[in-house]
Design a protein around this ligand. Sequence first.
Ligand code: 5GP
Ligand code: MG
Length: 193
Amino acid sequence: MTGDVDRILIPRERIADRIRELGEEISNGLASLLKGEEENEVVLVPVLTGSVIFLADLIRQLPHKVRIHMVTVSSYPGRSTTSQGAGIVGRIPEDLRDKHTLIVDDILDSGATLRLLRAEIERQSPRSLQACVLLRKKTDAAMRTPCEYVGFDIPNEFVIGYGLDYDGLYRNLPDIGVLKPQAMRDAVPINPT
Ligand code: 5GP
Ligand code: MG
């Protein structure tokens, strides 16, 4: 599996360091939102499946009472490496009314996923709504998409590892990297751009 990796973009140690910092940034941000409130409960809305490893590391940096309401959003089915438009699969988390809510995703690309989720969650009148992504691509669309917490800004390349997949594989790589072209030679983008 590691033989398919062309190069490592972000090694595991840098990921771990940055997630510790993100935990502090989120805690500080929430502290100002929670000021004066007795409850310090936060509902995380992780986007399956790519965010699971990030989520596991991030929640352990948060000192709050944390609940987890998973959501599945599909945008890169199978071997496509360009977004095919975001759609919620199954049910959107409910009962977010009056809750401090934080969307957690692996990577911000076109922004379709975050826009869709924010709109759906806003309808439930949460007390606050913020978003956190581990990675953000340096594209106009990504940079224009509101996101309160960003781990790393990365070049506009298709990345795998640390939860991110290509055709369902490579999520278990501990580092974030780029695949060799031959590992992706079967890629057939439905909508090549
Ligand atoms: P957006 O909706 O912002 O276009 O894309 C967000 C989703 O697309 C992410 O949650 C992720 O599932 C997928 N995605 C975007 N860029 C990449 C990438 O470079 N690698 C992988 N594996 N998935 C990506
Ligand atoms: Mg995703």
